[in-house]
Design a protein around this ligand. Structure first.
Ligand code: ADP
Ligand code: TMP
Length: 235
């Protein structure tokens, strides 16, 4: 497979065309942003770690019956995925109150939620990713009702599979963000990445944060946390 033109460069990844029109090569960068792009930095070797952790989770999901865009890893920082028409949504699933939910509802970080919560955000840098509900999404034609049903079904299955796997590694899955696209048959497919950039992982015993919150809140030990996650998952 040959790497072609840059199709898109985002904040954390670069998408390259390949000589196969239905496949793209994803290059994972070390760049990190937070606070809607206002905070910039570099997390050494993050790209290598997120490529490996995403591979681990996409393979785990596949072995549990959840398909994704993932095809194969081709280098330290690169994976080949199925090219999709992306849906402009960030789909967040939460098991424990943290981050923006804790702030919005005045809950202490770490408060367990009685049922998992699913939230939608409009993926729009200009608008600052506002929260949406199903009616907004249908009203402005981002997705249709049967697609949202499918997205929610997949998102909750991913939650169960990841939560159970992480528990065996002494990690609590606090929350995570997924993205979805449509394939050539309009089927909804899980896309993007699953890594410490877009999940909150806490050590079960100490509640130590092993994710991007260390970068967001200048807590130090960022690189070490990403490495620790990879070690726990793959060793
Ligand atoms: P951002 O666009 O938020 O800065 P990234 O730097 O992670 O994010 O860039 C990756 C981009 O590729 C995202 O916009 C994401 O929606 C998109 N993407 C993820 N998976 C696929 C896929 N399978 N096909 C096409 N685009 C994808
Ligand atoms: P939040 O508490 O800041 O809303 O974040 C919820 C989850 O979504 C958390 O695991 C981090 C992830 N996330 C992203 O991946 N990208 C984003 O732009 C935001 C705001 C959150």
């Amino acid at each position: 497979m040959n790497k072609g033109e840059v199709m898109y460069e985002g904040k954390a990844k670069i998408m390259y065309a390949t000589d196969e029109p239905d496949k793209v090569l994803v290059y994972f960068k070390d760049d990190a942003t937070a606070a809607n792009g206002e905070k910039h930095g570099v997390i050494q070797d993050k790209g290598i770690i997120n490529n490996k952790i995403s591979e681990y989770f996409f393979k785990l999901l596949k072995s549990n019956g959840i398909n994704s865009h993932f095809i194969e890893v081709v280098s330290d920082r690169e994976m080949v995925v199925k090219l999709l028409r992306m849906i402009s949504l960030e789909v967040v699933v939460r098991n424990v109150a943290a981050g923006s939910l804790a702030k919005r509802l005045g809950l202490e970080e770490g408060t367990p939620l009685k049922v998992p919560v699913l939230e939608y955000f409009y993926k729009s840098d200009e608008l600052g990713d506002p929260m949406l509900n199903r009616y907004h999404i249908m009203a402005i034609d981002i997705a249709r009702v049967h697609e949202l049903d499918e997205i929610e079904h997949i998102a909750f299955c991913v939650n169960t599979i990841l939560k159970d796997n992480l528990r065996s590694k002494n990690i609590d899955l606090i929350d995570f963000k997924l993205e979805f696209g449509r394939d050539d048959k309009d089927k909804i497919v899980l896309a993007d990445e699953i890594s410490p950039d877009n999940c909150r992982f806490w050590d079960m015993a100490t509640h130590e944060k092993l994710d991007k919150d260390r970068f967001r809140h200048d807590m130090g030990g960022v690189e070490e946390a990403y490495k620790e996650m990879l070690t726990r998952l793959t060793m």
